[in-house]
Design a protein around this ligand. Structure first.
Ligand code: SF4
Ligand code: SF4
Length: 107
């Protein structure tokens, strides 16, 4: 049979009932503001490191909510802790402090 020129992507389905919520609950205890994130992406758009490496605060928070803890840490690896994302967050989340807390809880 000939090739059609496309491939089916693996399923990205997430069963939230199977996600380990213990660490996320611990994070919320320290940083309740993480629940205020509306995934607008302003932090990621203004990220100093994001221009050079795969750093994204928005993606990290979404990954944590979906139980993809390793992905979240990878999204924060290049962070320079410059604090620019904190200045632009419309929900006034202290993202810089949140990053430090995430690394403490998940590493
Ligand atoms: S700027 Fe604030 S509200 Fe927007 S995605 Fe980043 S942390 Fe969430
Ligand atoms: S503190 Fe980290 S995530 Fe925020 S803008 Fe600076 S390098 Fe990017």
């Amino acid at each position: 049979m000939g090739k059609f020129g496309f491939a089916l992507s693996p399923s990205s389905r997430i069963n939230l009932d199977e996600v380990d919520k213990v660490k996320f609950a611990k994070l919320v205890e320290i940083e309740p503001d993480v629940l205020k994130c509306m995934a607008c992406g302003s932090c990621t758009a203004s990220c100093t490191a994001g221009k050079f490496v795969k750093t994204s605060m928005r993606s990290a928070i979404l990954a944590l909510q979906n139980g993809k803890n390793e992905d979240a840490i990878n999204f924060l690896k290049g962070c320079l802790l410059c604090g620019k994302c904190t200045m632009v967050c419309p929900r006034a989340i202290n993202t810089r402090h949140l990053i430090i807390s995430i690394l403490k809880v998940y590493q």
